[in-house]
Design a protein around this ligand. Structure first.
Ligand SMILES: Cc1ncc(COP(=O)(O)O)c(C=O)c1O
Length: 314
């Protein structure tokens, strides 16, 4: 029987660090990074913010088994596996696609944390998540469902706290958007006056192609009419697409700054900020905060795309 650890004992404080770069300085801009990636090695970035109220809710309802969905490289599943192990829940994940042996690093670690994995053919996964949940857990009173990517109103509530924690004032807050939940929380945090003074602009960088639908999703999830800006042109070809020039840009960034990004989320966000700066999107003097939402296992998951001899895949 697992020992239930107290909830909320994971500090969410993360530093806001300046990132010196001559391309930014040349435009008169100041760039900072909020190091949410440092919250925890596996429950990293926005993941703890998204999960913590859901875990509390599950415990309040006396549920002992958390169930969720994700791809084989899902940062969300890894975070959930680590968090459930830490707080004494069982966990099961429906994983998109056939099982591959040996498992990749993400799924290997999920299993280390005791998560049970159920592999689901892509066609069924795409259209029938609720059917899967019903089939396996519909009559299990201990089971608690957490949506893919951790999306939930409770996740929005957790992400809003990021804004109230800010130690300094910024003109722009940038975050990578998958489901848009994290941005919705940030919009709420700003709307409720978390920052004091002139509010920053909430700006999301969509990592999916054709993600215009997120505009409404974020609006609905945030339940506020506070403005935000969604950048739709920095997906690099689509979800998890990583063209060679983008990988080369990321490698330069890692080398120059000693700060790792992942190619699916934070890399695309950071690339967008530099690209927008080069297009004079920001007024001189602006203070820009990039939120590092963690997910660095995504980088390891794609290491085959960085060939060791320095050549790039076609
Ligand atoms: C590292 C990382 N950053 C950003 C996001 C996007 O978060 P959201 O789905 O809340 O938009 C994710 C989502 O899974 C993620 O893993």
């Amino acid at each position: 029987m697992a020992i239930l650890a107290p909830m909320m004992d994971l500090p969410t404080y993360s530093a806001e660090e300046p990132l010196a770069d001559e391309r930014m300085e040349a435009k008169g801009l100041q760039l900072f990074v909020k190091r949410d990636d440092r919250i925890h090695p596996f429950i990293s970035g926005n993941k703890w913010r998204k999960l913590k109220y859901q875990l509390e809710d599950a415990r309040r309802l006396k549920k002992t088994h958390l169930v969720s969905f994700g791809g084989a490289y899902s940062n969300h599943l890894l975070a959930l596996a680590a968090a459930t192990a830490r707080y004494g829940f069982k966990s099961t994940a429906f994983v998109r696609g056939e099982e591959v042996n040996p498992p990749n690093d993400t799924l290997f670690l999920c299993r280390q944390f005791g998560m049970e994995l159920i592999f689901v053919p892509r066609t069924r996964y795409r259209v029938d998540k609720m059917g899967l949940w019903q089939e396996h857990f519909g009559s299990d009173p201990q089971a608690y469902l957490i949506d893919e990517g951790g999306r939930s109103p409770l996740a929005v509530k957790g992400c809003a706290e990021l804004v109230t924690e800010l130690a300094s004032r910024y003109d722009h807050l940038f975050v990578a958007c998958g489901t848009g939940t994290t941005l919705a929380g940030i919009v709420n945090g700003i709307a409720t006056g978390g920052t004091g003074g002139a509010p920053p602009r909430a700006e999301g960088v969509a990592v999916l192609k054709n993600a215009g639908f997120l505009q409404q999703d974020i609006r609905d999830a945030s339940a506020s009419d506070h403005p935000f800006r969604l950048h739709l042109d920095f997906h690099q070809g689509g979800y998890a697409k990583t063209p060679a020039p983008f990988l080369a840009w990321m490698q330069e960034f890692h080398k120059n700054h000693g700060l790792l990004l992942d190619p699916v989320y934070t890399g695309k966000m950071m690339y967008a900020i530099f690209e927008l700066a080069s297009q004079n999107y920001f007024s001189p003097g602006s203070r820009i905060l990039a939120i590092h939402t963690g997910g660095l296992f995504g980088l390891l998951g794609m290491r085959a795309r960085w060939q060791g001899d320095g050549t790039w895949p076609a």
